[in-house]
Design a protein around this ligand. Structure first.
Ligand SMILES: Nc1ncnc2c1ncn2[C@@H]1O[C@H](COP(=O)(O)OP(=O)(O)O)[C@@H](O)[C@H]1O
Ligand SMILES: [Mg+2]
Length: 248
C-alpha cells in the first residue's frame, strides 16, 4: 500500500481548474520536492492533501484512508507559505510557540506539565534550538524562526510533513542548517516530507522525488533522472509557447 496517494485529483476555486487531474504516489520516507512557476497549483495541492480543501474530482488517501476522514490533524504537520509574515512584535516565547501545538491534547488545562515540557525540549533539541527556549520568537532571525516552526510541528510527531516555500527570505547558511535538520527528520526518523521550493538545483540534491508543476498539472520525476538543464530548457520552451512571438 502506498503511503500517500493522489488519484485523478482536480480542483477549481472558481470556474478554472487550478489543479488538473493530478496523480501522485509517495512511499513512507520519501522526500518529494514540488517545483514550478507561481500559480501552477503547488500550494493548492498541499491544501488538498491537508484536507483544508476538497477535490472537485478524484481522491487523496493517507495510508489508505481518505484525508477527508482523518480526525487527528496532528498526523500531518504543515508550514504554510504565510508563516514568515507573522507579526514580529508578537510577544510569545519559543516555549509557548512550540507548546501551543500541544494544548489541544490537554483540553483546557493551561499549564504545561513535566511530560509536555519534555516534549517541547526534545523538539527543540531536534532543531538545535534548545538554548533559545525562553527567548521571544520575534527577536530571532528568519532561519531560527523557521526552525522553531519545525519544532512546533514535530512536537506532535506527525507522519507526513508539508512545507510550503519554507526557505523564502532565509540566507544561504540558514538554508544549509534547514536542510540538515529536514534531512535528519526524513532519513533518521523516516518521516515523509513534501517541500515546495523554487531553488531547483539545491532541493534536487536532497529530495528523492521531484514533481514539476505547470498549469495545474503535475509531472513526477525521480531525482536521479532529473536534469536541471533539461528542466530549464523545457521551461524556456514552454514560455516561448505561452508568450506569442511579436514580429513586426
Ligand atoms: N483562495 C483562492 N481563491 C481563488 N483563487 C486562488 C486562491 N488561491 C490560489 N488561487 C489561484 O489558484 C492558482 C494556483 O495557486 P497556487 O496553488 O497558490 O499556486 P502556487 O503555489 O504554485 O504558486 C493561481 O492562479 C491562484 O491565483
Ligand atoms: Mg504557493
Amino acid at each position: 500500500m502506498s503511503f500517500l496517494k493522489v488519484e485523478g485529483v482536480s480542483f477549481a476555486y472558481r470556474k478554472e481548474r487550478v489543479v488538473d487531474d493530478v496523480n501522485l504516489e509517495l512511499k513512507l520516507g520519501d522526500f518529494a520536492a514540488f517545483i514550478g512557476p507561481n500559480g501552477s497549483g503547488k500550494s493548492t495541492l498541499l491544501k488538498l492533501i491537508l484536507g483544508y480543501l476538497t477535490p472537485t474530482r478524484g481522491e487523496i488517501t493517507l495510508k489508505g484512508q481518505p484525508v477527508a476522514d482523518i480526525m487527528d490533524w496532528t498526523r500531518v504537520g504543515y508550514i504554510s507559505q504565510q508563516v514568515k509574515d507573522f507579526n514580529q512584535s508578537f510577544p510569545a516565547t519559543v516555549r509557548e510557540i512550540v507548546g501551543s501545538n500541544l494544548y489541544s491534547k490537554m483540553g483546557l488545562v493551561k499549564f504545561l506539565n513535566q511530560e509536555l515540557e519534555k516534549k517541547i525540549y526534545r523538539a527543540l533539541e531536534l532543531v538545535e534550538m534548545e538554548d533559545f527556549i525562553n527567548r521571544k520568537i520575534g527577536n530571532l532571525s528568519g532561519g531560527q524562526q523557521q526552525r522553531i516552526f519545525i519544532a512546533r510541528l514535530m512536537v506532535n510527531d506527525p507522519e507526513l510533513i508539508l512545507l510550503d516555500e519554507p526557505l523564502a527570505g532565509v540566507d544561504i547558511r540558514a538554508q544549509d542548517d534547514f536542510y540538515r535538520i529536514i534531512g535528519k527528520i526524513n532519513q533518521e526518523m523516516n518521516k515523509t516530507v513534501i517541500m515546495v521550493s523554487h531553488d531547483i538545483q539545491v532541493i534536487s540534491k536532497h529530495a528523492n522525488k521531484i514533481i514539476c508543476f505547470e498549469g495545474g498539472r503535475a509531472y513526477p520525476h525521480c531525482s536521479q533522472e532529473f536534469s536541471y538543464d533539461d528542466y530549464m530548457h523545457e521551461l524556456r520552451r514552454t514560455n516561448l509557447r505561452i508568450i506569442p512571438r511579436h514580429d513586426h
